[in-house]
Design a protein around this ligand. Structure first.
Ligand code: ZN
Length: 535
């Protein structure tokens, strides 16, 4: 079935209007008694009097492109219930209620027009700490709160100021919404302060918890008051409100015809075809509160830009953290032994707040250590690197200068009669380090003569580091030479490419003058040693 939107609404509305009085019985908006209530606050009261009497601020035509986002914080003033019980609404209930208010303000259901206002839960406290915009406070200790709820309209109850001071965020940062267990004046579901020109510490909306839900228009209605909208029946309860000048009487909006508070289907106050703008209006008490009008949109815009509300435009409470897991690793200079530190930095990138986590690494100099297990029965050695400064992939194992493998550990089988230098080399940003371990299996069984080398001759000796090794009668094999210092430590290793007569330079090893032992090895097996004098 296809029908004109308004005609459909009227049809649906007629079906539902029979339930009107059931709805009214549940609770009304405290702004009906606003003047009586704000007498408690003389400064606010006098400003309110001039606000309500003043000629309206020129209702600018709202620009459709200007979407205004108002950050909100929800303060749950419960009485000790578990989360999700009674007044201690769950996060989901609160988020759903705000979503429904947004649906009504942004015309998600297509019944109305897009007011171009939206409301978002703050994602940071005013101090910049992460938050979901919901604060829970057990207010059961506040006098009269558990029994009577928050005092309103002079009716005894817990003091409004004391309750709001339990949790109250900066008013230029968020619009505050307090959820309460009860409001002391009978049948009051909620109330909200109008946007006056001064900062008023208790400005905000108060909603009884039962009305903070995904199917109640109460929050959307109170946010209307927060942006300066009045009830569509403003100015009269039981008789038609004055409306000689629609922009300065009643709700001061011209496309919401005046009506009696509970008149939601007759047209006794107006013959305008726009009456359903009032009967279906979110700022009415009628059963179907599903729309705002262009006149209300214009007024809300004017109110926003000409009152304290405009300060919320500069709030960063809802700026999303664009890239919350973005991290920067910073390698600091080597040699610093401080532990790593993590620093969170907030920067504005592309209009949103980006949190950058910087991890600063302080690198001590590379210092390789080695553990060795030797299993004598099997002639097997098991080497473990003992450092957490490198991953195994950056550790290389060598035996007699021949690369064997990468890894944090190395298993090596040895044979009797041989001499091995097992070396672990590593490299990181702080440089190179190596450590070596000598396995001398030449004793007690000397196998020196197993391979024939008739004579090793070195000249010149003493030498300045450049010398020639001559092997007489050497047979085919892999030859190398090693030099040991007086403490028996290996100080130089070189492969020998030419067997018979190899020219060697040890200058790269920067050896100091003294007496050394030079050993020539064939296939890792020591053949002969000779005293080498370095000048
Ligand atoms: Zn109201």
């Amino acid at each position: 079935m296809k029908c004109l939107k308004l005609a459909c609404l009227i049809f649906i509305y007629s079906l539902l209007s029979v339930y009107n009085h059931l709805t009214f019985a549940q609770g009304v908006c405290g702004n009906e008694y606003f003047e009586q209530h704000v007498k408690l606050y003389p400064n606010y009261f006098s400003e309110y009097k001039s606000f309500s009497q003043q000629a309206p601020i020129h209702n600018q035509r709202a620009q459709s492109a200007d979407l205004i986002t108002i950050p909100v914080a929800v303060h749950v003033l419960h009485t000790g219930e578990a989360i999700g019980q009674g007044a201690n609404l769950s996060d989901k209930q609160i988020i759903d209620a705000i979503q429904y208010a947004n649906d009504l303000w942004r015309n998600a259901n297509g019944n109305s027009l897009d007011m171009n206002f939206q409301f978002c839960l703050a994602n940071k406290t005013p101090q910049g700490l992460p938050s979901n915009g919901i604060v829970r406070v057990d207010a059961s200790h506040i006098a009269n709160y558990k029994e009577l709820g928050m005092s309103y309209g002079g009716v005894p109850g817990a003091n409004e100021i004391v309750l709001k001071n339990l949790s109250n965020w900066n008013h230029d940062y968020v619009y505050n919404i307090w959820i309460v267990s009860k409001i002391s004046k009978e049948n009051i579901a909620a109330f909200a302060y109008y946007p006056l020109g001064v900062h008023f510490n208790y400005d905000g909306a108060t909603v009884m918890y039962e009305y903070m839900s995904a199917n109640s228009p109460t929050l959307a209605h109170e946010l209307g008051h927060a942006l300066g909208l009045y009830h569509t029946f403003e100015g009269s309860e039981n008789s038609c409100p004055l409306n000689d000048n629609c922009s300065n009487q009643g709700d001061k909006v011209c496309d919401t015809p005046p009506h009696v508070k509970y008149d939601c289907e007759l047209t006794q106050c107006s013959s305008s075809p726009d009456v359903y703008n009032s009967f279906l209006n979110i700022m009415s008490y009628c059963w179907q509160r599903i729309l705002f009008t262009q006149g209300q949109k214009d007024r809300a815009y004017s109110q926003f830009y000409s009152t304290v509300r405009k300060n919320l435009m500069n709030s960063k409470a809802c700026q999303i953290i664009c890239d919350s897991i973005h991290t920067q690793d910073i390698q600091y200079a080597c040699g610093n032994s401080k532990s790593d530190t993590v620093v969170n930095i907030y920067t504005a990138i592309n209009g949103c707040d980006s949190m950058v986590t910087q991890i600063t690494h302080y690198n001590p100099p590379l210092n390789l250590q080695m553990d060795v297990d030797s299993l004598s029965l099997t002639n097997q050695y098991i080497f473990h690197s003992d450092t957490n400064q490198l991953s195994g992939n950056f550790m290389k194992w060598y035996v007699n200068d021949t690369f064997m493998m990468r890894g944090a550990s190395f298993i090596f089988d040895v044979k009797d009669g041989r001499y091995y230098v097992v070396k672990l080399k590593g490299e990181n940003a702080c440089g190179l380090d190596s450590i070596e371990y000598i396995i001398d299996r030449t004793k007690p069984t000397s196998v020196k003569n197993q391979y024939l080398a008739k004579a090793i001759h070195v000249y010149p000796n003493p030498t300045d580091g450049d010398f020639t090794i001559v092997l007489n009668g050497a047979i085919q094999g892999n030859y190398s030479m090693m030099i040991f210092d007086e403490l028996g430590r290996v100080v130089a290793i070189k492969k020998m490419d030419v067997i018979e007569k190899q020219e060697i330079s040890t200058k790269q090893f920067l050896l100091s003058s003294g007496v050394y032992q030079l050993i020539v090895l064939k296939d890792g097996f020591p053949l002969e040693s000779i005293r080498l004098m370095l000048k």
